[in-house]
Design a protein around this ligand. Structure first.
Ligand SMILES: [Zn+2]
Length: 146
């Protein structure tokens, strides 16, 4: 009898503790859930804004032919661009490189791809310059390139 009683007592005690522990856990979980929801809400609101800001600040490819702007293209879009009769450049995965050129030296074709403002690709014989620009003057470029 005694052992059974003490056994019951022993059984009851951990159960009580467990339920208390559980209640605390639920409170914590609730707090975490609330926090997670709040964070998610903030991200849902902030992310599109940040994305929009990023898009407006994204660098672009500017093509110059004989020192005149031939066109401005976003680096985010993979694209093959025919430049005049002699050159073809390509935007791929944020990098720009000359695919084809009818110039005799083909230095431009062998130039390493460019992806930032630190370097340019120049085709001297055809007077073609590929360079990366910030789109700070986006509206201006859009107006000029149509
Ligand atoms: Zn060239």
């Amino acid at each position: 009898m005694l052992t059974r009683e003490s056994g019951l007592l022993l059984e009851a005690a951990p159960r009580k503790n467990k339920s208390n522990y559980k209640r605390k856990l639920f409170t914590k979980a609730d707090a975490l859930l609330l926090a997670a929801t709040a964070v998610l809400a903030v991200f849902l609101i902030v992310f599109p804004v940040l994305r929009g800001m990023d898009a407006s600040k994204q660098p672009k490819l500017e093509i110059l032919v004989e020192n005149t702007r031939y066109g401005v293209y976003p680096l985010t879009e993979n694209k093959t661009i025919q430049i005049g009769d002699g050159n073809v450049c390509e935007i791929r995965d944020g990098e720009v490189f000359m695919v084809k050129a009818d110039c005799p030296d083909e230095i431009c074709v062998h130039s390493r791809p460019i992806s930032d403002r630190s370097r340019t690709i120049v085709c001297l014989p055809n007077k073609v310059i590929l360079q990366i620009i910030d789109s700070d003057g986006k509206d201006e470029y859009d107006m000029i390139s149509g």
